[in-house]
Design a protein around this ligand. Structure first.
Ligand code: ADP
Length: 255
């Protein structure tokens, strides 16, 4: 296999690697939970990627929260730059990218040539991130991957008033004890998460079309509720969780 460049996105929750062809198509990919020993994990994963590349030494570009700990990375770029690049390559359009990861969420304005015009980030509060759904799924004994479908299955909705993940968890316990159906609670949780992300989008000013990336983009209820709140369609990009690593790999092709 001919991999012309490798991108590695060491996220707070998941580490993603992408290998691209000289034309910039994804030819190899890997996604694993981020280990506590980032350097050792990144080194092993890059070894796997190089083996898949046929033993060559393609350039490596690192991004993500642990990007500075990747041994042998020729360049280090922010997630903002890399997500925007990956998504622009996929969509070819300017607009607003919403990236919801495991422990932060970002809104990025992508200009007509794919450049980052502006961005805002929430990395202070877990309530607008994947962590919110992970913690609450645990409390409800649901799989994170099933949360979206559960929310969409609920006809009713129980509002969640807590603005903090830890308090939301206690609120769930008391709602269930009062007989609230699980589906209604899950729907309320998704509403709470998307309201927070919507405020972040609004802080930059509405600039459709809207694109969604990051691991939480796999959750269909998040995309649906965001579209409802923004009053415009929200497009989940293909392979949304890989967009940071993809953008990094594309940057590796720049000679
Ligand atoms: P980071 O870069 O911060 O590690 P990611 O963009 O990799 O974050 O996204 C991780 C988040 O995506 C986690 O909170 C995880 O629960 C969520 N996630 C991953 N796959 C799914 C899925 N199939 N359905 C819902 N959420 C998912």
């Amino acid at each position: 296999m001919s991999l012309a460049a490798l991108g590695i996105d060491v996220g707070s929750t998941a580490t993603k690697l992408v290998g691209v062809t000289p034309e910039g198509e994804i030819a190899w990919q890997k996604l694993v939970p981020t280990a506590p020993r980032i350097e050792a994990q990144a080194e092993a994963l890059l070894g796997e990627a190089r083996a898949a590349a046929g033993g060559g030494a393609p350039p490596v570009v690192a991004t993500g929260y642990g990007r500075k700990l990747v041994p042998g990375a020729g360049r280090v770029l922010t997630e903002i730059t890399c997500h925007a690049r990956g998504v622009y390559r996929r969509t070819g359009r300017a607009g607003t990218l919403v990236d919801i990861g495991g422990q932060d969420s970002k809104v990025i304005l992508i200009g007509p040539g794919g450049q980052v015009q502006h961005f805002v980030m929430n990395d202070k509060c877990a309530a607008g991130t994947g962590r919110f759904l992970e913690v609450t799924a645990g409390r409800l004994q649901l799989q994170v991957a099933d949360m979206g479908a559960t929310a969409l299955a609920g006809a009713g909705e129980v509002p969640i008033s807590s603005t903090c993940t830890v308090f939301a968890e206690s609120e769930i316990v008391s709602l269930l004890a009062r007989g609230a159906p699980v589906e209604h609670v899950v729907r309320g949780l998704h509403r709470a998460l998307t309201q927070r992300v919507t405020s972040l989008v609004r802080s930059l000013g509405p600039r459709p079309p809207y694109f969604l990336s990051g691991g939480v983009a796999h959750n269909r209820a998040v995309a649906a509720f965001l579209a409802e709140a923004l009053g415009a369609p929200v497009e989940t990009v293909g392979e949304p969780q890989l967009m940071g690593a993809y953008g990094a790999a594309l940057a590796g092709l720049d000679a």
